[in-house]
Design a protein around this ligand. Sequence first.
Ligand code: ZN
Length: 113
Amino acid sequence: MTESHASSHLSNVQLQSLRQDLREQLEQRSRQLDDLRAQEQDSSGADGTWQELVVSITAAERAVAELSQACDRLAGDTYGRCAHCQGPIPFERLKIRPLARTCIDCQRRHEAA
Ligand SMILES: [Zn+2]
């Protein structure tokens, strides 16, 4: 009764696919963040665009941080587990929302609260 892959309900192929998605998104977001920072440097701050830039930069920074954390979780064995009930998050959900940290039940409970 030994199960070598007990730590993850996801197959290697599924993990590989999710890892690729995360990396692509991370690269995209990092590039976007670089662009925004360059724009911020050029901006005079005289009009309202600077504030919008700061908001966009903050959002992009957060996305980059969340994506790299997800990559770290994927490298370990905690990825794909619900943060609340420790239950497995289905691959179909992760494929749509690679950053999902809760299962659908917990998400609904959270939203209802
Ligand atoms: Zn859950």
